[in-house]
Design a protein around this ligand. Sequence first.
Ligand code: ADP
Length: 406
Amino acid sequence: MPDSINPAALPEKCLVVINAGSSSIKFSLFAGATCAALTGFVHGGIELIGSTPHFFADSINGQRLAGHRWQCATSHDDLLGYLIAWIKDTVGPDRLMAAGHRVAHGGFSCTGPQRITADVLAQLQAAIPLAPLHQPHNLTPIAALAAWHPDLPQVACFDTGFHAGNPRISRLYGLPAALTDEGIRRFGFHGLSYEYIAGELPRVDPRAAAGRTIVAHLGNGASLCALVNGTSVATTMGFSALDGLLMGTRCGALDPGVVLYLLQEKKMCAGAIEALLYQQSGLLGVSGISNDMRCLLSSNDPAAREAIDLFVYRAIREIGSLAAAAGGLDALVFTAGIGQHAPEIRARICAQSAWLGIRLDPVSNRAGGPCISMPDSPVTVWVIPTNEELMVARHTFSLTGARDQQ
Ligand code: ADP
């Protein structure tokens, strides 16, 4: 397997988009003469960080262009260094116009995408306590790219940004006002995914785009967003990315009394509770088998069935809640790993949401859509693949003036 690809085969100018997490670092290369024409032409990353990492870069057709395997665990910093060196050697400083980063939290002041300056970076670092498991990993590549190429324009796009305009009432907790003023309120996440779907809706379903739509982003992390006229009005994640739906390893909505009990009666420390709620709960914790929906769907173990039952039950409860917040429902959109690829889960969620006017077409649901509701269904139901990387690329293009350099 080659370590690199032939630079002569690349477009003259491109953008890199980086989505860095704790267990994987994903990247995509985009090119295009206008924001609307931006197209990804290489997608890759480093997976299985923490065990036996491997690097890959694939063409848009899925052809493997480059790859590398490490035989033993290697530090996150060393793996990121490998990726930056690969970008440096393969893309080079002259071809690379800008870098865009998916960043979990914009903090209290960054709502829309931001061109990175020392000031912005300081604000994003100050937001680390608001997203302690995601934000540090999201910010590391910004510093690494700046160390290699100090003049490279960089842009941060936030998962919280799309919900910043939610009505005040939907962002409040029933806590003393002084705490609300300090910033203890709902932020919401997965905003880049919802922004992408909101941008697709006018083409796919104009009635829904102008009306009330619930988007179900069901991946390893999972949440719902209610859109009215393309704008987020409510979402299931809150102050942290723990709230709302059952997820791969996160518990979703939990009575805060449980946390007090764990602290006071079980004498668990904050770190142990954090690990429990973020990494040991959800589908994994309930089933005791796996956080992976594919694995649970193929299991006959009653514990796997119960975890799936709870996943579906939590989803239908929250769909009812968001339909109330939106004042009704015109469309439901499924996206992300489970939403796009698990017809059984879609069917169960739709069957238990039939009271809202959802009538699923089982044949198109099995076929994967895009439209999976019956022609006479009052609520249209869609499967729309999300594309958070493209959203980051578009914002990066717009904010850096990359268009002027094409
Ligand atoms: P992330 O939040 O890490 O981006 P993804 O959007 O990739 O997550 O979704 C991962 C989830 O999607 C996993 O639970 C995985 O099992 C599930 N998934 C992916 N493909 C399928 C499939 N064909 N059938 C059922 N579940 C699937």
